[in-house]
Write a protein that binds this ligand. Sequence first.
Ligand code: 13P
Ligand code: SF4
Length: 301
Amino acid sequence: MGIADKIKKLKKEKNAVILAHNYQLPEIHDIADFVGDSLGLSIEAARTNADIIVFCGVHFMAETAKILSPQKIVLLPDKNAGCPMADMIDSDGLKELKAKHPEAVALCYVNTSAAVKAECDYCCTSANAEKMVRHILETHKEIIFVPDKFLAQYVSSKVGHNFVIWGGYCPTHAGIIPEHILRAREQHPQAKVIVHPECTPELTALADIVTSTEGMCKYVKNTPDKEFIIGTEIGIIHRMQKENPEKFFYPASDKAICPNMKKITLEKVLWSLEDMTHEITVPQETMDKARTSIERMLKIA
Ligand code: 13P
Ligand code: SF4
């Protein structure tokens, strides 16, 4: 029996579900029960009837699943699959910022630890950041937006409002530079350029569409356009090609790879189910406080 078949068998026996982010390896996409963006994965984690969630993504995503489904066992097949952007802020850093801006509402990107979410009023993903900001602005003027400075700048330009920001960023997205887009446009003049809002403002300014990973998948499916230059982690192209075999996808940079996302392999998924590793745990109080900010997001967005 091959590894994929062993995983399927064990998954059934243990009543487990496999959730995978769009940046995972092709073979992980192919065995997952659900593939999506951070928002879709959170919604799926909250509503699954499975006893065990095997989370193929990075640590903050598995933690979010645990917060939303505390009675379930959440497994991360590689405990070192973290997110450098999420690690750029800790709860003390956010507390200091809140102390300097006591009137401000704290909005945190989902790419944060549970401890940081516990200090926030609202959570957001790249799919709903603008909507969350507009909602908060109905009642408050000052918003602390952490940790992604580029996502914050992008949303700020959309809503015409400045935030108190943090200096975090994603190294994978920051590595995609304007020259990559200009070269790709020269090679594929018909292609639409789609980039993630974690990219730099110089990059989003060159794009035709700026959206979350799920927004990208929906866009390429529903438009009559046939060619696309993709400005995000290249793992997503496997899903796009699978769902749209007649269309053409070109990575803006073939070096846009998130090494942490790629730590999850088929073997590790199998070991994770066999040995029940690595179980995600979050202190009860942190979990309860963090849940409030995530549930507010799920209600509004
Ligand atoms: P999405 O929510 O758009 O999938 O983005 C998550 C992420 O980590 C992007 O780097
Ligand atoms: Fe974090 Fe960037 Fe990897 Fe997304 S792509 S998980 S933001 S390091």
